[in-house]
Design a protein around this ligand. Structure first.
Ligand code: SRM
Ligand code: SF4
Length: 524
């Protein structure tokens, strides 16, 4: 283990997280799952229950004590119908208590999990190659990649294998890897080989974006990635990633991830958790020193960045029916309202992927999913399936782009309820307004920004507002988020709008800034 990690237990200024990590590594709970299952959640050590279990992707929910959440890992957002069925079976046994969510990192979380079932659940996961290891706390989160990797005629690089290799390196093939289980803080990695920045590269601690560079003696243009570092959102500060001034060929991506993670692990700031994300280290050192330290760890000179990257498209949302690069095959993107799924939906998604496609399902960062590889000959019948009445391929413009974090229903950080409120609000707005284009509205229940309000056209961040001298549910409004090429973060334009007064405020914004028109009143 590293110097920073080993000396932490003797440093007096350690915050409580560094203390408990130094006392016992989070991954140690892997060997204790059977014990916890027979003990029950009430009798468990609180730090194991509330914190260390997150190293196995198991989250105690103070809002629903005893009903845990499980966060999977889904490299590149891809899973098989067999894996989807296992996830559905896991929650099915909990009846109405259970559901699942597609997350803003192309991933799935399960809800309602009982601790006594964990040994059996992990066995089931292992049997189909699923892992939830190191998906929470001070670990690398799900690694995102293009949802159309290998399908898109215009893609420059198929990211699937690389994302899997990075995950395998970090998690020791999904078994857990103590080398990377004690980072100073969470860490996000994204890699895109397409032209539309489908992963929001700019909001990751480490991102790889496609770029051609003349390298070698023949001065040939070679494909590789420009590297961005330090992007993150937190309650204290939000920043877009900045260029590291480095370009790597695909074969060096895993090694560079390792080098950056090692620098972050060994030298990252650990005293104050509000100042521990990678960008704070870059600030403290300056980019030049950070780059030099990464280079040292990488073990060979970093090549300077290509002059420009290849992100030159507007971001696509993948909802609808599209031709693949493979002749005769199609992919279909289905819209899942605020990402919420139930067991029966998941079984049905798995069935459709198996019967009509190749058995594969792909998540998007907009909390929707894509079924690829549907032959022309089966497309028409596919489109008549009942599930497509629930998960639409042509939702109305506001519904189409709606994203929401978990919110108060399950998250104890939440200042407001989000998912149900978001759906109700959009429905009401769509009754009143006609829109000719999607407007991306993102809800997030607190300043942690899991729902990414800063990437939205209109971002709504939960807060407590004041109305008639009383504290009420409210939102801060963010605007100006731009995604795809020339992505930029939105900023807060209005603070503390009570949720009960939000509808007319959004109506006005949509009319004035996004070309919405009031519907004609219905004539009898
Ligand atoms: Fe998040 C913590 C949910 C994406 C920034 N996030 C949490 C916790 C674990 C808090 C908790 O223990 O209750 C939430 C779990 C609630 C629950 O029951 O679901 C939570 N975050 C989510 C998800 C599920 C939101 C969603 O509805 O999609 C997303 C899961 C992604 C995944 O599959 O791993 C999720 N979280 C994000 C993102 C977006 C992204 O990665 O693109 C961000 C902002 C980007 C970033 O991290 O830089 C994000 N979450 C946070 C933060 C603030 C981090 C910080 O540096 O301060 C926290 C709080 C923390 O870590 O201390 C947090
Ligand atoms: Fe919970 Fe806040 Fe994240 Fe929403 S933004 S999931 S309320 S931590």
């Amino acid at each position: 283990m590293t110097e920073a990690a080993t000396t932490t237990s003797t440093t007096p200024s350690l915050n409580k997280f560094e203390k408990f990590k130094a006392e016992k590594d989070g991954l140690a709970v892997k060997a204790e799952i059977e014990k916890f299952a027979s003990l029950g959640w009430e009798a468990m050590d609180e730090t194991d229950r509330d914190h260390r279990l997150k190293w196995m992707g198991v989250f105690f929910r103070p809002v629903t004590p005893g009903k845990f959440m499980m966060r999977l890992r889904m490299p590149n957002g891809i899973l098989s119908c067999e894996q989807m069925r296992v996830l559905a079976e896991v929650i099915q046994r909990y009846g109405d208590d259970a559901c699942a969510d597609i997350t803003t990192r192309q991933n799935i979380q399960l809800r309602g999990i009982r601790i006594e079932d964990l040994p059996n659940i992990f066995d089931k996961f292992r049997a189909v190659g699923l892992t939830s290891v190191q998906s929470g706390m001070d670990n690398v989160r799900n690694i995102t990649g293009d949802p159309l990797a290998g399908l898109d005629a215009d893609e420059l690089f198929d990211t699937r294998e690389l994302v899997q290799q990075i995950q395998d390196m970090i998690t020791n093939q999904g078994e857990g890897n103590p080398e990377f289980s004690n980072l100073p803080r969470k860490f996000n990695i994204a890699i895109t080989g397409g032209r539309d920045n489908s992963v929001h590269a700019e909001i990751n601690d480490l991102a790889f974006v496609p770029a051609f560079k003349e390298v070698g003696e023949e001065s040939e243009e070679k494909f590789g990635f420009n590297v961005l570092v330090g992007g993150f959102f937190s309650a204290k500060r939000c920043d877009a990633a900045i260029p590291l001034n480095a370009w790597v060929p695909p074969e060096d991506v895993v090694a560079l991830c390792r080098a950056v993670l090692e620098v972050f692990r060994d030298r990252g700031l650990r005293a104050n958790r509000q100042k521990s994300r990678l960008m704070w280290l870059i600030d403290e050192w300056g980019l030049e020193k950070f780059r030099a330290e990464v280079e040292k760890q990488f073990g060979k000179p970093l090549i300077s960045a290509a002059a420009h990257d290849e992100i030159d498209w507007e971001k696509r949302d993948h909802i609808g029916v599209y031709k693949q690069k493979q002749p005769g095959l199609n992919y279909v993107g289905l819209h899942v309202p605020v990402g919420r799924l139930y067991a029966e939906d998941m079984f049905e998604i798995a069935r459709l992927a198996e019967v009509y496609g190749s058995g594969e399902i792909r998540m998007t960062v907009e909390q929707n999913f894509v079924i690829p590889n549907i032959p022309d000959s089966r497309l028409e019948t596919f489109l008549t399936e009942d599930l497509l009445n629930r998960f639409l391929i042509n939702p109305k413009p506001l519904t189409r782009s709606l994203v929401s974090c978990t919110g108060a229903q399950f998250c104890n950080f939440a200042l407001i309820e989000t998912k149900n409120r978001a759906l109700a609000m959009i429905k009401a707005l769509e009754m009143e307004l006609e829109l000719t284009r999607p407007v991306r509205i993102h809800w997030t229940g607190c300043p942690n920004s899991c729902g990414q309000p800063q990437v939205a056209d209109i971002g709504l961040m939960g807060t407590k507002a004041r109305k008639n001298g009383k504290a009420v549910d409210g939102v801060d409004i963010y605007m100006g988020g731009k995604v795809g090429k020339e992505a930029q973060l939105g900023t807060c334009v209005t603070k503390g709008v009570p949720c009960e007064d939000l509808l007319p405020v959004l109506r006005e914004l949509l009319i004035e800034q996004f070309g919405a028109r009031l519907r004609e009143p219905a004539t009898v």
